[in-house]
Design a protein around this ligand. Structure first.
Ligand code: 6PG
Length: 241
């Protein structure tokens, strides 16, 4: 697995670098399937994509999926789709049929099956495996990624593309991609900023300590590339060179 580090001074510079990366990836393609994560880290990226790249990206070729969703209605402040809709989707010319949200208002078990079917109907396959062109991940300060939390590593050992999980401290129901979808991708890019994640970032990238226990450490694309987009603060405990 090829691993690439992209380290920039600030969260804004890191978001701009990731936007450039996405623009290069999309260049010349008639389809780009991209799954985005929620949380607050991607917000500067959504802002750059909705402004600087509003006219540059081939939005009609982009199929936007979500890595995961909190099982709440789209108008709930917790909704990953709701936040991305206002910051990005409503501000760019992406066709409505290219926006593939996880329906937070639905029954989680039913939504797992529905969303998996939508992925199977849109995302091209390589052999038997659905292969997203790009999966954008965040990482919690507890080492979770997507909606796979500590103690739920079985979701990196399944053929299922989508799973219903529970956020352990809040009990919040989630639906999100499993390791099969994430590690089957052509390119996986983490966007992680802030000093509070620096120790975990270093442990995971340098494969030291208890890294193996963290869901984010299980992100190992089977035949794709793994990119880490980090600001200086999140990269501050890395021993490079
Ligand atoms: C979610 C995300 C989740 C997120 C991390 C980091 O639904 O919360 O998909 O995996 O990427 O929790 O969140 P922050 O960016 O807010 O730190």
């Amino acid at each position: 697995m090829a691993k690439y580090l992209h380290i920039h001074d600030t969260p804004q510079a890191t978001a701009e670098a990731l936007a450039r990366f996405i623009d290069e990836l999309a260049d010349g393609r008639n389809q780009l399937t991209m799954a985005i994560s929620g949380g607050s880290t991607p917000e500067p990226l959504f802002e750059v994509l909705a402004t600087t790249y509003r006219e540059k990206l081939p939005w009609s070729a982009i199929h936007l999926f979500w890595v995961d969703e909190r099982m709440v209605p789209p108008d709930d402040a917790q909704s990953n789709y709701g936040r991305a809709k206002s910051l990005l989707v409503d501000r760019v010319a992406i066709p409505a049929e290219n926006v593939h949200r996880i329906r937070g208002e639905a029954n989680p078990v039913q939504e797992v099956n529905r969303y998996a079917s939508e992925i199977l109907s849109v995302v091209p396959k390589e052999g038997e495996r659905s292969r997203f062109d790009l999966v954008l991940l965040g990482m919690g300060d507890d080492g979770h990624t997507a909606s796979i939390f500590q103690g739920q590593l079985e979701w990196f050992d399944t053929d299922q593309l989508v799973a219903a999980t529970v956020q352990p401290s809040s009990g919040q129901q989630r639906v999100g991609l499993t390791g099969a979808a994430i590690n089957g991708a052509d390119v996986v890019a983490f966007l992680v900023t802030g000093a509070d994640k620096a120790r975990l970032v270093a442990e995971i990238i340098q494969e030291s300590g208890l890294a193996a226990n963290y869901p984010a450490a299980q992100v190992q694309p089977l035949s794709g590339e793994l990119h880490w987009f980090l600001d200086q603060a999140a990269a501050s405990k890395l021993r490079l060179g």
